[in-house]
Design a protein around this ligand. Sequence first.
Ligand code: PEP
Ligand code: MN
Length: 338
Amino acid sequence: MIVVMKESATESQIRNVTQKLNDLGYDVHPDRGVNQTILGVVGDTRSLDSRILEILDGVTEVLRVTEPYKLASRSFKPSDTIIEIQGVKIGGPEVIVIAGPCSVESESQIHEIAVLVRKTGGKILRGGAFKPRTSPYSFQGLGVKGLKMMCEAAKANHLVSISEVMEISQIELMEQYIDIIQVGARNMQNYSLLKELGHIQKPVVLKRGLSARIEEMLMAAEYILSGGNSQVIFCERGIRTFETYTRNTMDISAIPVVKKRSHLPIIADPSHGIGLRDKIIPMARAAVAAGADGLMIEVHNDPDNALSDGAQSLYPEQLEQLIPELRAIAKVIGRTIG
Ligand code: PEP
Ligand code: MN
């Protein structure tokens, strides 16, 4: 961390800042320039709130030179982390397709979609059983019954399963029926939930919060990693901006940014990312081109009558059309799609 003093800073203000840092346990290396003094702070400043220094008299700016996250950072682990679930590797050369309905609605629905996902080359079946709906009057998911249906449909079609956990009390059930646990955008900063997920041994897909900065997502992962669970996969799913022509703004740039800063895999969810069926396909192509390690796509056997997110769910034939296109894009950047 670097503390830049004002040109007008007095000797006593510089001494005061230095003393404050010493009291906090840091060594200070001053660089006395012609016009202003810069204080180099030596020590682990990850947990230091820079505002404590910013408010001191004579300080103009405080700059961080090290990341506030550790276990998630590439400086901590330079090589890519590959997360393997029943032979499916996320974070390696293969771009993994995760597809399925927004919500599990019935046995026949999830089975029909699972067959489609398998046939098109998808490796992981998605489907929510506990649904975080904006309105309490909307379909809330089938709960445990839905988890059991997911589990059976995935097994019958040799697919890995992923479903969302909404609260700590559901973790045990998820562990029993589901292979990958999804933390939804609305829970990205539910720190008590994240801490509990640090104590399990199943991979966690951590979705970016609706208004979360990339750094906040990396810090959220730190909660899971520091608890002992090293299997975290980020998911860019769009953020809320001033734009109204789309449901969210899909931040494709987050993909290369996270890849550079973290060794953990990142997948993209263009369905929630843009929220409009006719635009999911171009966003999926863009995410693969940008280096996503996987895609999560909502697809439904009957989107027009879906109980949630029908308007952003692909028709089966659209998924069938999309995957070969994604394969072609993946090939150009030296990757594959199963
Ligand atoms: C979902 O995957 O169905 C979902 C609710 O996603 P998000 O948390 O990104 O809104
Ligand atoms: Mn959805």
